[in-house]
Design a binder for this molecule. Structure first.
Ligand SMILES: [Zn+2]
Length: 211
């Protein structure tokens, strides 16, 4: 994993999915650079784990840990075993002028290597209401593939088959419907009246509707 200083502008990739305001680095550690040590409160490590298990901007393969050389880094909780090092998490700052972007290895750095992230990040994490990870994945795919209905439809089908993360039951119907409508729109000679854009917009508004 590359080293980037905490609270400097994020530059690891161009994917700014879910980054409101300026994206800032958190937890891009490397052996060459010292980092602050400390203990993070259990309620925050629990939230961090929930985010890190299902990262966004996922990479092909994993990045291992530079400190203990574990590759890939594995974690186990009540849901089973997960590997870290394959993506990122986003935490919006309380004032929404910034979004903190961390590699999902941050959970391992905090637990195994006593990394203490900056207070502003911990405050933002405390204030964050955890999103449903399956919904976050779908929103990310919509952003990436909204003009490629065949790919998007496959990804929606795949999400419906996943045990973890699982979609809230009340949203499954909307996802099934959108996946099917996107397929109809793709078939030759189809007289589907709806364009991909309106199918996608309807799904997006279902997924982001306040509960
Ligand atoms: Zn390690």
């Amino acid at each position: 994993m590359a080293y980037f200083k905490d609270l400097k502008r994020y530059e690891y990739s161009k994917n700014l999915f879910k980054c409101a305001g300026e994206p800032l680095n958190i937890g891009w550690l490397e052996r060459c650079a010292p980092y602050p040590n400390g203990v993070v409160a259990p309620e925050l490590t629990k939230k961090l784990l929930a985010l890190c298990k299902f990262p966004v901007n996922r990479y092909r393969g994993w990045h291992g840990c530079h400190f203990c050389k574990e590759y890939p880094v594995r974690i186990t909780d009540s849901d089973g075993e997960f590997c870290l090092g394959d993506g990122e998490i986003r935490v919006a700052a309380k004032d929404e002028n910034f979004t903190y972007v961390a590699p999902n290895l941050i959970y391992h750095y905090v637990i195994a290597h006593q990394y203490l992230p900056p207070d502003v990040f911990l405050d933002a994490l405390r204030a964050l209401s955890l999103p449903n990870p399956a919904v976050v994945w779908i929103l990310e795919w919509i952003e990436a593939f909204q003009n490629q209905p065949a790919i998007l439809s496959d990804l929606l089908d795949r999400t419906l088959r996943l045990d973890k993360p699982s979609l809230p039951p009340e949203l499954r119907g909307a996802v099934v419907e959108a996946a099917n409508e996107l397929k109809v729109g793709e078939s030759p000679g189809s007289d589907a009246r709806e364009t991909t854009e309106s199918i996608v917009n309807r799904l997006k508004s279902e997924l982001t509707k306040p509960k």
